[in-house]
Design a binder for this molecule. Structure first.
Ligand code: SF4
Length: 342
């Protein structure tokens, strides 16, 4: 093959890669497969790990910007424009405000939801940690959503501080009062997510106390979750599956365990990313953020694909200096080396 033709092929491959990755979408990602929401088109409204909490179980690592400052972190018109463009190529089951931080920190949230509603009849969900629901403007915005999924991971101040490590101005009472106040105004669907940590909140006494608060909130259903992806802190452990199933019966309203199904949904969507991730990890160990930025994936998509590879034992995780690094399994590496040597 002539040098010129080879160069053209390399250039063309690169061009195709650029055109088929998500790199031209900065705020909209997916649709990602979600057991709860089907094919969910995500909208990310804040920079990576900008959050009101720093949960010890966070799959995205430690919070780098802990704040309660609401801002237009990304331009409203650009988000709406991107969404409009994306909706010409796909029809998701839900549009979901979620992503790599807390979406209620986005100050034009109400205008955004209004704009989305004008654009499409696809139902809109908001995944929030619920920490800002004492703020009337946040409440007013979320009243427009079809489905709101807030979190409640603790039953008192000390457990709240241990698990969620909130911003100094958010107390447990303030957070719970905000949730209950919002519920009294909101007539849409509300599912409460409860994350249970092995040996900490994943014990019957704590679950019963969380149930007492949940009863006041009157959610349409409760979804129990536990650690399935590498957590921010190595001392955050999963609650065993059997126990999680037993805990479902301790709640007074319809309750299901969702973590058990992670990785089982939408394998085809995830597999399209795993080949590229394996190629990257063959060269060097990477963090979730490295993988996401290196391959122009949204952190949520990268996390789902990494989880699949971990489950299949194709990669391993290692914690160094407080960061989780993913690398290709040593055994696999040796097989690849042997194949190359032949
Ligand atoms: S789990 Fe959610 S609420 Fe907790 S630190 Fe991570 S992004 Fe924030």
């Amino acid at each position: 093959m002539s040098g010129m033709r080879k160069n053209f092929q390399v250039w063309f491959t690169e061009l195709r890669k650029v055109m088929t990755t998500n790199s031209d979408f900065k705020y909209v990602f997916g649709p990602v497969p979600s057991r709860r929401l089907g094919r969910s088109l995500g909208v990310d409204l804040v920079p990576f790990k900008t959050c009101t909490y720093d949960c010890i179980y966070c799959q995205l690592g430690r919070t780098t910007k802990k704040t309660i400052q609401r801002q237009e972190y990304v331009p409203l018109d650009k988000v709406l424009r991107e969404l409009r463009r994306k909706l010409t190529t796909c029809k998701p089951d839900y549009i979901t405000l979620s992503g790599s931080g807390e979406p209620t920190l986005y100050s034009p949230l109400k205008a955004l939801i209004r704009g989305i509603k004008k654009e499409t009849a696809i139902p809109l969900a908001v995944l929030t940690n619920g920490s800002l629901l004492w703020n009337r403007n946040v409440q007013d915005a979320l009243l427009l959503a079809d489905l709101v999924i807030p979190s409640l991971d603790a039953a008192d101040e000390s457990m709240f501080q241990y698990v969620n490590r909130p911003h100094a101005s958010i107390s447990f009472d303030r957070m719970v009062k905000g949730l209950i106040d919002f519920r009294s105004r909101y007539s849409g669907t509300l599912w409460l997510e409860v994350f249970l940590l092995g040996g900490v909140t994943g014990v019957a006494a704590e679950v019963s106390r969380i149930n007492k608060i949940a009863k006041r909130l009157k959610p349409d259903r409760i979804q129990l979750n536990t650690v399935t992806r590498p957590p921010a802190e190595e001392f955050a452990f999963p609650t065993p599956e059997e126990q999680m199933k037993r805990f479902c019966r301790l709640f007074s309203m319809k309750t299901e365990f969702i973590a058990a199904y992670h990785g089982a949904v939408g394998k085809a969507d995830i597999q399209s990313n795993t080949g590229d991730i394996l190629n990257l990890l063959r060269r060097r160990p990477c963090t979730l953020k490295d993988v996401a930025s290196g391959l122009s994936l949204h952190p949520t998509q990268a996390a789902k694909a990494l989880e699949t590879l971990l489950c299949n034992k194709q990669i391993s995780e290692q914690r160094t200096n407080g960061c989780v690094y993913f690398s290709i399994q040593q055994k696999k590496k040796n097989i690849i080396k042997k194949r190359r040597a032949k």
